[in-house]
Design a protein. Structure first.
Length: 396
């Protein structure tokens, strides 16, 4: 099949939406399909993150750009000839072109929508997000031939909830996958610990995520506030990520008097990331709202044998099994985050038990199995289109 994947951001930019699209493109290409990714050109480095996978990336020059949103109306002219089009949503400035074309061609445009996340903000941006969720989101979900979500829990508590309740059969719950060959348990890297001056008896909590405004929902400020209660407990917090808020967070750590207990990592490439998870005694995902739908870092951490602590949010809570692979804390509650983190960091027996549970839980997110499920949905949509064309009701 010839498959078109449409997404608002894509590697080298690091974000869950682009990383999931890259994973889909890799898995589908390795299964023999011709895959093309269509994404805005934000002028980043010429590294599409494709590695050895034989898929193409076409970067479209935006007519207008606002952060990670890009108006690319030329997208509509590029969608002909695909057996299936897969829109990773939301994509402000791109989804509108897909919806318009789907409305005109109806069944002749086989469409999968990956509903990845809600968006929240204050001011004008927040009003725009609410208007989009009220007007375009339900229409494009109804127009889709299939909707992929990371969990039914998230679908039932997101802006997709009404469409999900009306037609649950249209939805397929497929989690992200993890490469357990790359993300696997192993010894802590003495060289990496030495790079940051970590002592052998110090416990390391790790955060991995974007430190830019588009990822402000990741809750780094909340994590720093909570960390004040752990700074004197022979524990260090290591923050991995980059973005335009990094220096703001660094200054916040200084204002909070956290000193050397908080470390901002050097730039970390994909090849190095597993070593950071192996270094961690705990991986924290402190997201503050349902802009976080799953948390790929959680399954990467678990595959490396690290216990996890995450906000009790729809979708995210489907990954964490309290007492088995980690714990959940009340979203936006720094005191509860502290209360749940401290026992993991100070109780060696508990930490070992959670680490073993994390490794076991990671098996159900095996990348190859997830890619098989993704391919099955694409084949289902393509097959349904072929059947309609044979019956002569494919639309125009």
């Amino acid at each position: 099949m010839r498959l078109g994947l449409i997404v608002s951001t894509f590697p080298p930019y690091q974000g869950g939406m682009g990383n999931m699209a890259c994973s889909y493109a890799t898995g589908l290409a390795r299964r023999g399909h011709r895959v093309e990714v269509l994404t805005p050109d934000y002028g980043e480095a010429d590294d599409d993150g494709a590695g050895a996978a034989p898929f193409a990336v076409r970067r479209l020059k935006p007519w207008l750009r606002v952060r990670n949103s890009a108006f690319v109306p030329q997208l509509a002219a590029l969608l002909g000839g695909f057996d299936v089009v897969d829109l990773h949503y939301p994509f402000y400035g791109g989804a509108e072109a897909v919806f318009l074309l789907k409305s005109l061609r109806r069944r002749a445009l086989p469409l999968i929508v990956n509903y990845q996340m809600d968006n929240f903000a204050g001011g004008a941006a927040g009003l725009a997000f609410k208007a989009n969720a009220a007007f375009l989101t339900p229409r494009i979900l109804r127009a889709a031939d299939k909707v992929i979500v990371t969990s039914t829990d998230y679908a039932a508590h997101s802006a997709a909830a009404r469409t999900f309740a009306a037609n649950p059969a249209k939805f397929a719950a497929i989690t992200p996958g993890v490469d357990r060959g790359r993300f696997s348990p192993g010894p802590k890297s003495a060289a990496l610990a030495g790079r940051y001056g970590f002592a052998a008896d110090e416990k390391i909590a790790l955060f991995v995520g974007g430190l830019d405004r588009a990822h402000a929902f990741k809750g780094v400020g909340l994590l720093l506030e909570a960390w004040r209660g752990l700074a004197a407990d022979r524990a260090r917090l290591l923050l991995v990520g980059k973005g335009d808020l990094r220096e703001d967070y660094r200054r916040a750590a200084e204002r909070l008097g956290l000193g050397r207990s908080v470390v901002f990592a050097d730039p970390v490439g994909p090849a190095e990331l597993p070593d950071y998870y192996r270094l961690a005694d705990l991986v924290v995902l402190p997201s503050t709202d349902s802009s976080e739908a799953f948390g790929i870092v959680l399954i990467e951490a678990m595959a490396c044998g690290a216990p996890v602590l995450a906000s009790d949010l729809p979708g995210v809570r489907s990954v964490v099994e309290p007492g088995r692979n980690g714990f959940l804390f009340r979203a936006r509650d720094a005191a509860d985050l502290l209360d749940k983190a401290r026992p993991i960091l100070i109780n060696e027996e508990l930490r070992r038990s959670l680490a073993a549970g994390a490794r076991e839980a990671a098996a159900r997110y095996d990348q190859e199995t997830i890619w098989d499920r993704v391919e099955a949905v694409f084949l289902e949509v393509a097959g349904g289109m072929s059947a309609r064309r044979r019956r002569g009701d494919g639309g125009s």
